[in-house]
Ligand binder design. Structure first.
Ligand SMILES: CC[C@@H](C(=O)O)C(=O)SCCNC(=O)CCNC(=O)[C@H](O)C(C)(C)COP(=O)(O)OP(=O)(O)OC[C@H]1O[C@@H](n2cnc3c(N)ncnc32)[C@H](O)[C@@H]1OP(=O)(O)O
Ligand code: CO
Length: 141
């Protein structure tokens, strides 16, 4: 298993609308998606597109959100994760484990913001950077 293209960089922020306005005003990134809540994942998200990938602006929904704790440590927000595409998420999950990485949670992939299955790999395995692996659209067996 080899990772594919960078799909998005996740950026935690206390206010996704304000963050999207910042990317529009400062960098001319005016094609932000409408904010969408994912209650089961504990996040509200806006995507801002750049030519070769997306920036995923993430705001916590509730105190159980994985973003809540991150913002307690980084109140103004910050870079939260990188997401790479993989052809098959189960194959990727099993390869991560076989190579000694820590797949977060139960390891059971769940549907992410792009409507395809995702898993997360612990930041300690990649120099302190949280990695999301996402099955490429149309991928899987
Ligand atoms: C919209 C859906 C989806 C998509 O489709 O794109 C998303 O992207 S949702 C994004 C939010 N979801 C997740 O992050 C899920 C996976 N995350 C987790 O399971 C946890 O957040 C975590 C990474 C395991 C951390 O949780 P926890 O152990 O409870 O937090 P601590 O604060 O105790 O941290 C332990 C340790 O890890 C460091 N840490 C925490 N978060 C990050 C991070 N984003 N990047 C780098 N390092 C991180 C934290 O600093 C602690 O380090 P030490 O102090 O050195 O122990
Ligand atoms: Co993500």
């Amino acid at each position: 298993m080899k990772i594919g293209r960078l799909n998005h960089v996740g950026v935690a922020t206390p206010d996704v609308e304000a963050a999207a306005k910042g990317y529009a005003d400062l960098y001319g990134a005016t094609d932000a998606t409408p904010a969408k809540a994912f209650p089961k994942l504990g996040v509200k998200v806006i995507f801002v597109s750049v030519p070769n990938m997306q920036i995923e602006l993430i705001e916590p929904l509730g105190e159980d959100s994985p973003i809540h704790k991150f913002l307690e440590k980084n109140p103004k927000g910050g870079q939260h994760h990188m997401c790479f595409e993989v052809p098959d998420i189960i194959e990727a999950r099993d390869a991560m484990r076989a190579r000694g990485a820590t797949v977060l949670g139960t390891g059971e992939p769940y549907i992410g913001a792009h409507g395809v299955p995702v898993i997360f790999v612990h930041p300690k395995d990649t120099g302190g950077v949280l990695v999301e692996l996402m099955q490429e659209p149309g991928g899987g067996h």
